[in-house]
Design a protein around this ligand. Structure first.
Ligand code: SF4
Length: 163
């Protein structure tokens, strides 16, 4: 558990993310990830109820699809395993984070919906103006995982299709 915590910390930092600075709390979540791995065979989010069907739970395998938007909006992921740089430094307080995951019926509808638009993208593409790194997400990352430039060096490169 300690070694996984260390590994996650290193991976997060090298990719421009941050684990919660409360080590005891964070290790508790890491332990829950290991429990879920034993239980389901994958890292189901510790704070959500997994179905046990990997295909159905793909969006909540840690790091989940909702981590980045939650970091943007609330300075922490739903479980608060990952936090923003400001939260890590104690400059922002993390409160309770509303569940962003849509209910099962909506998830099913989304999965069946065909993408539209010129490129059929469901998310905009962001480009790091420093190194050219591209990523598809609602907002650019806090820090470019390649060249470590800050968010303000990203430009919106391709718009998402309207749904
Ligand atoms: S909410 Fe946080 S801990 Fe839970 S799966 Fe998402 S990134 Fe992992």
């Amino acid at each position: 558990m300690d070694s996984l915590h260390k590994r996650l910390e290193q991976e997060a930092e090298s990719a421009g993310y941050h684990l919660n600075a409360d080590v005891q709390f964070t290790k508790g979540l890491v332990k829950s990830l290991l429990v879920n791995e034993r239980r389901y065979g994958y890292w189901a989010c510790p704070c959500r109820l997994a179905s046990g069907d990997k295909q159905e739970d793909l969006d909540i395998i840690c790091p989940c699809d909702y981590r980045d938007p939650d970091l943007n909006d609330y300075d922490a992921c739903y479980c608060a395993l990952y936090v923003s740089e400001a939260a890590r430094k104690g400059e922002k307080t993390v409160g309770s984070i509303p569940e962003r995951r849509p209910p099962p019926a909506e998830r099913q509808q989304r999965a069946q919906r065909q993408p539209g638009g010129m490129f059929g993208l469901s998310l905009p593409i962001w480009r790091c103006k420093v190194c050219g790194y591209l990523c598809a997400r609602e907002q650019p990352p806090e820090v470019c995982p390649i060249c470590k430039s800050k968010r303000d060096r990203f430009e919106r490169f391709i718009e998402a299709a309207r749904t």
